[in-house]
Design a binder for this molecule. Structure first.
Ligand SMILES: C[S@@+](CC[C@H](N)C(=O)[O-])C[C@H]1O[C@@H](n2cnc3c(N)ncnc32)[C@H](O)[C@@H]1O
Length: 231
């Protein structure tokens, strides 16, 4: 009886968690475009983004190692969410660097700021409330723009990333991680048609003036692409 109750709670818990994630997913809008919708329960959504089980497929340590950030660098976490990666960036670039945590939701930025303060380490970070078509980054200061599970939320992506180019330092990079458009992504809690295929990302970034310079294949459910500004 207890086992049946526990497994029912597990199933309902998983369904609720997926529904919450779906509630903040890219949602269909007019004219076949997509747009961001605020989560119905922000606290639950944040908890879900930070759940320790996520590490199994997200492999944050390996992602960080691959990005090879150094003290003093400037990183923009575009669509920072709960700060799952932002906190790791703050540690990697140290107080001598700069982390720009960017989101369209003030609640996410507040939570990320508090979670960084809880680390009790000196840090340099700015928390930027973006608009849907502009991350409001300063010009020419950023070494890496990091976009994890956010690409599919963005609208008019070629023109968005075309504008974003001006934020990069010479030699700066854009790293994009997002769920595969096919069965490799597993259960994501919303229809896969709202995801963006890897090939489409490469095409859209190429239109925006970038070249794919590296691709990493160690994430089981997501592609991981690194771009630099085309020569
Ligand atoms: C699925 S969460 C990913 C959060 C984080 N990158 C992570 O990997 O844990 C997507 C985030 O993107 C944010 N977002 C959606 N549209 C955005 C936009 N146009 N500009 C900046 N952030 C956006 C949402 O508010 C949300 O925090």
């Amino acid at each position: 009886m207890w086992n049946r109750l526990a497994s029912w709670q597990h199933i309902t818990g998983s369904v609720l968690a997926l529904a919450l994630l779906a509630s903040c997913a890219a949602m269909p809008a007019l004219h076949g475009r997509v747009h961001h919708r605020s989560p119905a329960d922000l606290q639950e959504y944040l908890r879900k983004l930070d759940r320790p089980e996520r590490d199994h497929y997200q492999k944050p340590s390996q992602v960080m190692e691959t990005l090879a950030l150094k003290p003093g660098m400037a990183v923009a976490d575009l669509g920072a969410g709960s700060g799952y990666f932002t906190r790791r960036f703050v540690r990697a670039v140290t107080e001598s660097g700069m982390v720009y945590a960017i989101d369209v939701e003030q609640g996410m930025l507040d939570y990320t700021r508090r979670s960084i303060e809880d680390l009790r380490i000196p840090y340099s970070a700015e928390f930027i409330l973006a608009s849907s078509d502009d991350p409001k980054l300063p010009a020419g200061l950023v070494d890496l723009i990091f976009v994890c599970n956010v690409y599919h939320h963005l609208e008019d992506r070629s023109s968005y990333f075309s504008k974003v180019r001006s934020a990069l330092k010479p030699g700066g990079r854009v790293a994009i991680i997002d769920f595969y458009h096919d069965s490799r992504s597993g259960e994501i809690g919303f229809p896969r048609r709202y995801l963006v295929a890897r090939e489409t990302v490469v095409e859209e970034l190429s239109k925006a003036g970038y070249t794919l310079v590296r691709e990493h294949e160690f994430l089981p459910r997501q592609y991981f692409l690194e771009f630099s500004v085309a020569p």
